[in-house]
Design a protein around this ligand. Structure first.
Ligand code: C2E
Ligand code: MG
Ligand code: MG
Length: 625
């Protein structure tokens, strides 16, 4: 072939290759086309194109005329100063012309491979990017010892040039894909890629298999970010990603980062329920373990929502929505747990939305009132206090339990005004009662953190004329977990003013004895979940007994919540619990009902009896409200 014919052919090849690149033809096919054309132009040449990875290892890309066994033997070969023609060319970023493989020292370790299949010469050139990085090699082998002609050098130069364009373009494309479909911080698939993965998995789901989506959201990520900075936050997310990846470990589960502190897993399994539960509980447990970041050890939990489907039974958006609802439920229940989607979750969210809309007008429209539940000194059966419990009668929904609406009120930032109203109303009512019994008022965690709490309480006491020692503020353990100095000061300040403090729902939260040392409590209220188990569960009974003793040793009163039966009452009395509250004594009463009860007790000068519940109920039935 003459130089000019070859030149025209090379230009044509170059044009075709550029077109292939522009049309997104896969790199391997482009490389094949270059090899085949080069072999046609350079008679007797056997062409090979290798790529070089970031670690300097060689990988075959195209060598249509070489046996596969030879290519696979090269795969993974490390570039070096004596690594055959290609490995050496990649190492020095310079062309290497081994005129005789049989004698060339750079082939010392590899020559037998080549000689065995009749290869005697190999000239290899590095393929470089514009900035000089070696991304591949282009080689001509010959079956006799020989060096290149000028024309062959020209062919090689052209081929190296188009190879550089094709490989650089392929790298850029891979990088774009990485950015578009993978999360830069953790390297996990991102939301878009996760959706694509789920879609593909659903389309290929074997019959009888189930696809589970697990949505994961960290519980205290914001706190870590706020206290330790964003770098620490990033480290934490990366470690979470690693833990999740380590847990799944098999091909049927994929992990993705959906954004922020949200992750998602796709699980294809035979038994959606038991496999789903197993994975979800492993995730919750793994994220519960502490993380070491920036020389600090932090604990963040994870909340998890699981939704499942079989092939083609549900639109993707519905599946994701369900996982989200389940996650939301787990979060709302305090986190560090998982939930499977259940249809009633949807109704609950709807209810919450509509309640949210109605709450503002409820506050303005006076739909709230207080109920007062008697608290009895067990030893004397005297009514010594009541707890004020907030009630909301919704115009169409009827009574809404405080456990449902108080979290919404908090979310809406309305707990301040509502809490103020409760405090004022309870103190106002108590000041007018015929007996000087105490009144308990619940403070939510957010109320506790509001500045001006102490002044507000003192002001209300002054205005209503209620003596401070008749007000008993109930706070839960979770409200004190932050242990911030302001809360601590506020509670000590209130206590110094004579206000009483109770630790509410003891046993349900962290039950940290340290809290009892840090805050000036007068009373521990034992949560009703333990009281319910009296006579049924030895562990619960041991706990109740221990708390009563502990309170006694610290000079505090103990109160049992939710006393419903005579045997619970008797057991508590025997174990010297100071006070009891519950339906066995009395349900929560209206202000008018309570007044009547107090008047009756006062006039007859008889204490309330354990079976007062019956008396009061009878009283309610005969007295018009
Ligand atoms: P809590 O402070 O532990 O209140 C005791 C709850 O136990 C009340 O539920 C009461 O009605 C219920 N209870 C009393 N005796 C029995 C019994 O024998 N058996 C059973 N099963 N339950 C009994 P309620 O009124 O639904 O209040 C739930 C929670 O809502 C309260 O728990 C308290 O944490 C919160 N809450 C109520 N009123 C207020 C308020 O004004 N402000 C704030 N921040 N929270 C409030
Ligand atoms: Mg309470
Ligand atoms: Mg309680």
């Amino acid at each position: 072939m003459t130089g000019s014919v070859a030149n025209a052919a090379l230009l044509q090849l170059q044009g075709e290759i550029l077109e292939d690149v522009a049309h997104g033809v896969p790199l391997a096919s482009i490389a094949d086309r270059i090899c085949t054309n080069a072999e046609r132009l350079a008679e007797g040449a056997i062409c090979s194109i290798l790529t070089v990875d970031a670690a300097g290892r060689l990988h075959p890309l195209s060598a249509p005329s070489l046996p596969d066994s030879y290519s696979s033997a090269i795969d993974g070969l490390q570039a070096g100063p004596l690594a055959g023609s290609c490995g050496t060319a990649a190492w020095y970023a310079e062309p290497v012309e081994a005129v005789d493989i049989g004698t060339d020292p750079r082939w010392a370790s590899y020559r037998q491979f080549a000689l065995d299949i009749g290869l005697r010469a190999c000239w290899s050139s590095p393929i470089k990017t514009i900035d000089g990085r070696v991304v591949g090699t282009f080689a001509f082998y010959y079956r006799e010892p020989r060096g290149p002609t000028t024309l062959e050098r020209e062919i090689v130069a052209h081929c190296v040039h188009v190879c550089a364009i094709a490989i650089t373009h392929d790298e850029a494309q891979a990088r774009i894909n990485q950015l578009a479909y993978y999360d830069a911080l953790t390297g996990l698939p991102n939301r878009a890629e996760f959706q694509r993965l789920v879609q593909n998995a659903l389309a290929a789901l074997p019959s009888g298999s189930v696809l589970n989506i697990h949505y994961v959201d960290l519980d205290d990520f914001k706190a870590v970010n706020d206290s330790f900075g964003h770098r620490a936050g990033d480290q934490l997310l990366d470690q979470v990603a690693r833990r999740l990846t380590a847990i799944v470990g098999d091909a049927d589960v994929r992990v993705a980062r959906m954004g922020g502190d949200e992750f998602a897993l796709m699980q294809v399994c035979a038994d959606g329920e038991s496999d789903g539960h197993a994975l979800a509980s492993r995730i919750v447990a793994a994220i519960d373990e502490p993380f070491d970041i920036e020389e600090a050890r932090v604990g963040v939990g994870a909340s998890l929502g699981v939704a499942q489907t079989r092939a083609g039974t549900m639109p993707l958006s519905e599946l994701f929505k369900r996982a989200d609802l389940a996650l939301y439920t787990a979060k709302r229940e305090g986190g560090r747990k998982y939930h499977f989607f259940a249809p009633e979750m949807e109704a609950l969210v709807q209810l919450r939305l509509s309640l949210k809309q109605d709450l503002r007008s409820a506050l303005a429209g006076g739909e709230f009132r207080l109920a007062y539940q008697p608290i009895v000194a067990l030893a004397s059966s005297e009514l010594v206090a009541v707890e004020a419990l907030l009630r909301w009668r919704h115009p169409s929904q009827g009574e809404v339990p405080p456990a449902v609406f108080i979290p919404i009120v908090e979310e809406m930032g309305l707990i301040g005004p509502l809490g103020d109203w409760v405090l004022r109303e309870a103190c106002r009512a108590a000041a007018a009662w015929p007996q000087p019994i105490k009144v308990g008022v619940n403070l939510s965690p957010l109320q506790l953190r509001r500045p001006g709490l102490v002044q507000n309480v003192i002001e209300v006491l002054r205005e209503t004329g209620l003596p401070p020692d008749r007000l008993d503020l109930e706070v839960t353990e979770s409200a004190l977990l932050a242990r911030d100095a302001a809360t601590r000061l506020a509670l000590h300040d209130l206590h110094d003013h004579g206000v009483r403090l109770s630790l509410d729902d003891f046993g349900t939260g962290y039950s940290s004895l340290q809290l009892l040392r840090m805050f000036p409590f007068d009373r521990i209220k034992i949560d009703m979940s333990f009281v319910r188990d009296i006579g049924l569960d030895a562990d619960s009974m041991a706990i109740v007994d221990a708390v009563i003793r502990l309170a006694g040793e610290l000079g505090l009163r103990s109160a049992a919540e939710g006393v419903e039966t005579a045997s619970q009452f008797e057991w508590l009395l025997r174990h010297e619990c100071s006070e009891g509250q519950g339906h066995w004594f009395s349900p929560p009463l209206s202000d008018a009902e309570l007044r009547r009860l107090l008047e009756r007790i006062g006039s007859r000068d008889t204490p309330i009896l354990p079976n007062a519940a019956r008396t009061i109920r009878a009283d309610r039935e005969t007295t018009p409200r």
